[in-house]
Design a protein around this ligand. Structure first.
Ligand code: SF4
Length: 676
C-alpha cells in the first residue's frame, strides 16, 4: 500500500497513455508508434480480426520498412510488402497472415487518432479514452485502477471546446496527467506500507525500513532556489520553506523514525553508482548515527524488483542472483525450457535435445507418399540433419532479416529474383519471335525490359535514394551484358523456361532413384536448352560460385542439378529419346563473369546411395547436429544462434556404446551415413 500513491507515469496504463499522447504530439511518427508497440504498451487482444499478432511485429514492420508517419504511409508500405509477397515464388503463409493482421491492427489504431490537424481538447480526450479501452494491456488490479483514474478526467474533458493543433492538445494532456498518482491507500494488514519520510509516524510494525540515505540525495541540496532565494524568503515570512529548513526537517524526520521504532529498523543507502561504477558514501547524518551505535553497514545485492519493472526488466535484474531460475521460470517458461535444453545438449550430444526423437517417426520419412520436398530442403538434410529438423520439421523460421546493403537498393535475394523474372520474360519474348539471343540485336530490347522492370520494382521495394538506385541499375546492366554475351556465344538452342512441377498434387513428381529411395519433389527448372549431345538444364544464380565444386559429381552439398535432370527426363520432357547431357548452374552477375558449372548427371544409384541413410534417419527420428561435409556449415547457417557451437563431427561420435544403447532406433542409420 502507498500512502502517497504511485505516479501514474509509472504504471503500465499510464506509460501506454503517455506514449500514445506523445505519438500524437509528435505528428504520428512511426518511430514513436514502434516504441509503443515494442515496449509492450499495446495489446491487440480486443481487436476483431487480429488473433496472433504480437505488438512487436508492428514495431518491427514500421522500423524495417522505414515507414515515415501517418496512416497513409503505413498502409502504402504494407501494400508494397503484400505485393512483394504475392510476387514471391514461394510466398510464406505466415507472412501473408501477418500482413493481413497488421492491416487490421494499423487501421484500428488510427481509429483512435483524432481527425484533422486542428482539434478540440475534447476530441483528443475522447480519442485517448478509446485508445485506453481498446489497446491498453491490463495485467493487474493496479493497472485497472490506473485506467479508471486516467479515464475519469479525460471523460470530464470530452465536452471541452478549447481548440488547437493535435500536437498542442496532446502535449497539454500529457502535462495534465503525468503528475497524477494512483493507488493512494492507508496502511493495510499483510502489506508493506510505503510513506514519504516526512509523513512517517508511529506504526507499531515489527519491520521498518528507511531507504535512500546516500550522501548524494539526503538530506537534499543546500542551494537556494534561483527564483526566490532563501534570504528573500526569510525576509518575506519565517514560515516559507527554505533549503536549510527542508534539510533540517528531513534530518529531524530520520531521527524521529529511528527514535519511534520499538523493534529494529533497517536503514539503506546505495553503495554503488551503477552508471559510473563508483562507491557511494552514506549521508553524513546516517554515518554519525551508525558510529554512535557502533553499527557497520552490510552490503547486499539487489532484491526482487517484480511489480515495478517490466517482466523482462525484473528477470534481468535477477540475472546474477540465486533466484534467477525461479523468476525466469515463472515469467518466461520457454526461455527456461531453452536453457534446460542447452544444458542437456552440452552434456549429451545424442539425446532428444539434440535432434533424436525417441522412437521411429514414419510420418517424417521423406519417402512417405504424402510428403513433398524441395531440392533445397534435401540439401539442408545433407548439409546438417539438425538444420533440416529445425527448419523443415519444426518449421522454425529465423527472424525476418531484410538484407539491406549500404549504398544498395536491392537485397541479394531481390537482386536475384529481379534477374530471374527479367531473363524469363526476355527468353519468352524471343521464343515468341522465333529468335535466338543475339548481343548486337537484342541489347537495347533487354535494356529497355530491365528499365521497365526497375520501374515496376520501385513500387515494391522502398527507395534507398538516387545514388543507390543508379548503382543497382549499373550492376543489373552488367548482369544483362554477361547474360546476353554468354547466350550469344552458345550453340545450344533455348527449349523451355521456368518449368515448374509439384506445386499441385496432380503435378507432383515422385522421383524414383532406387526401389527404396523414392520421394515426391517440387520445384521449378529455370531453363532447358538443346545442345549437340542432348538437353542441358540450367539454374540461374546471381551470387558467386565459390561454394560449388568444378565437378558437381564431387560436390557433396549440391543435389538440385542432378534431381532436376532426372525430373526433366521422367516427367517434363516430350522427347524420350533425347538424354540430359548436362545439368548445372549459370552465374549471371557481373562479378561471376557468366561462369557456368555443369556436369553429366550421375547414375541414379549413386545419388540413391548418398540419400538412403539420410532417408532412413528421417524415418528413425534421428536428426543430429552432425556434418559430414568438410566445410564449416555452422558459420553461415541461419540457425547458428541456436546451435552453432554444438556441431559434432563424425569422428567425435563417441562413446559409440552409449549412443547405440540409448538410441538404437537412430544409431544405425546415423552411423551408416557418417561412414558413407
Ligand atoms: S548452426 Fe550448425 S549445427 Fe546448427 S543447424 Fe546450422 S549447421 Fe546445423
Amino acid at each position: 500500500s502507498y500512502s502517497d500513491g504511485i505516479p501514474i507515469a509509472q504504471t503500465f496504463a499510464g506509460q501506454s497513455l503517455i506514449r500514445y499522447l506523445r505519438w500524437l504530439a509528435g505528428g504520428l511518427k512511426s518511430e514513436d508508434l514502434a516504441v509503443l508497440a515494442n515496449g509492450g504498451y499495446l495489446t491487440f487482444q480486443q481487436i476483431d480480426g487480429v488473433k496472433d499478432l504480437y505488438p512487436d511485429r508492428l514495431g518491427t514492420f514500421l522500423i524495417r520498412r522505414n515507414v515515415g508517419s501517418g496512416l497513409d504511409e503505413s498502409l502504402s508500405a504494407l501494400a508494397i510488402w503484400k505485393t512483394s509477397l504475392e510476387r514471391s515464388r514461394y510466398p510464406s503463409d505466415r507472412d501473408i497472415k501477418l500482413a493481413a493482421e497488421l492491416d487490421v491492427a494499423i487501421r484500428a489504431l488510427y481509429k483512435s487518432v483524432p481527425d484533422g490537424a486542428v482539434v478540440t481538447s475534447g476530441e483528443v480526450a475522447a480519442a485517448a479514452i478509446s485508445f485506453m479501452k481498446r489497446f491498453v494491456r491490463v495485467k493487474s488490479d493496479q493497472d485497472r485502477a490506473a485506467v479508471n483514474l486516467l479515464c475519469e478526467p479525460l471523460q470530464r474533458l470530452t465536452g471541452s471546446r478549447a481548440t488547437g493543433t493535435v500536437e498542442d492538445m496532446a502535449g497539454f494532456l500529457v502535462d495534465m496527467l503525468r503528475h497524477r498518482r494512483t493507488n493512494r491507500s492507508a496502511a493495510l494488514p499483510g502489506s508493506i506500507h510505503i510513506v514519504p519520510l516526512e509523513k512517517s509516524g508511529y506504526a507499531g510494525r515489527k519491520h521498518v525500513a528507511a531507504i535512500g540515505f546516500d550522501g548524494q540525495v539526503f538530506p537534499g541540496s543546500s542551494r537556494s532556489e534561483p527564483v526566490l532565494l532563501d534570504s528573500e524568503r526569510e525576509s518575506l515570512s519565517s514560515d516559507l520553506p527554505t533549503s536549510v529548513r527542508d534539510q533540517k526537517s528531513r534530518l529531524a524526520a530520520l531521527t524521529g523514525v529511528v527514535a519511534r521504532t520499538t523493534e529494529s529498523i533497517t536503514v539503506t543507502y546505495s553503495m554503488l553508482d551503477p552508471i559510473f561504477g563508483r562507491e557511494l558514501d552514506p549521508a553524513t547524518a546516517l554515518d554519525a548515527m551508525l558510529e554512535e551505535r557502533g553499527v557497520r553497514p552490510t552490503r547486499h545485492g539487489l532484491g526482487a524488483a517484480i511489480g515495478f519493472l517490466t517482466d523482462s526488466g525484473a528477470v534481468l535484474s535477477q540475472m546474477h542472483g540465486r533466484e534467477f531460475g525461479t523468476y525466469a521460470d515463472s515469467h518466461f517458461p520457454w526461455l527456461s525450457s531453452g536453457f534446460h535444453a542447452g544444458q542437456e545438449r552440452a552434456q549429451n550430444p545424442f539425446s532428444e535435445y539434440s535432434g533424436f526423437v525417441r522412437g521411429r517417426t514414419p510420418e517424417l520419412d521423406i519417402r512417405s507418399s504424402d510428403k513433398v520436398v524441395s531440392p533445397s530442403s534435401l540439401e539442408r538434410l545433407v548439409r546438417c540433419p539438425y538444420l533440416y529438423f529445425v527448419r523443415d520439421v519444426l518449421k522454425v523460421r529465423p527472424p525476418d532479416k531484410i538484407d539491406r546493403r549500404p549504398g544498395r537498393w536491392l537485397s541479394a535475394l531481390e537482386f536475384g529474383n529481379l534477374l530471374h523474372q527479367l531473363f524469363f520474360e526476355f527468353m519468352t519474348e524471343l521464343a515468341k519471335r522465333g529468335e535466338r539471343p543475339d548481343e548486337a540485336k537484342h541489347r537495347a530490347l533487354l535494356q529497355s525490359m530491365l528499365d521497365d522492370k526497375i520501374v515496376e520494382w520501385q513500387d515494391a521495394v522502398p527507395s534507398a535514394g538516387v545514388v543507390a538506385l543508379e548503382r543497382e541499375r549499373f550492376l543489373l546492366s552488367q548482369a544483362i551484358d554477361v547474360f546476353l554475351g554468354s547466350e550469344t556465344r552458345r550453340s545450344a538452342e533455348p527449349y523451355a523456361f521456368e518449368a515448374g512441377f509439384g506445386e499441385s498434387s496432380d503435378s507432383t513428381a515422385r522421383l524414383v532413384l532406387d526401389d527404396d529411395v523414392a520421394f515426391r519433389l517440387r520445384g521449378s527448372i529455370d531453363r532447358v536448352d538443346v545442345g549437340p549431345e542432348g538437353f542441358e538444364i540450367w539454374d540461374y544464380k546471381s551470387g558467386q560460385s565459390a561454394s560449388f565444386r568444378a565437378d558437381l559429381n564431387e560436390d557433396p552439398l549440391h543435389l538440385q542439378w542432378a534431381l532436376y535432370a532426372y525430373v526433366w527426363s521422367d516427367f517434363l520432357s516430350d522427347q524420350s529419346d533425347r538424354p540430359v547431357a548436362r545439368s548445372g548452374y549459370f552465374f549471371t552477375s557481373g562479378a561471376a563473369f557468366g561462369e557456368r558449372i555443369s556436369s553429366q548427371p550421375p547414375d541414379r544409384s549413386v545419388l540413391a546411395d548418398r540419400l538412403r541413410p539420410l532417408m532412413e534417419m528421417t524415418a528413425a527420428g534421428a536428426f543430429p547436429h552432425l556434418q559430414v561435409a568438410k566445410q564449416d556449415a555452422c558459420a553461415f547457417c541461419d540457425y547458428k544462434n541456436i546451435c552453432g557451437t554444438e556441431c559434432v563431427k563424425p569422428k567425435e561420435m563417441v562413446p559409440q556404446e552409449m549412443f547405440a544403447t540409448h538410441l538404437p532406433e537412430g544409431a544405425e542409420a546415423v552411423r551408416k551415413w557418417a561412414e558413407s
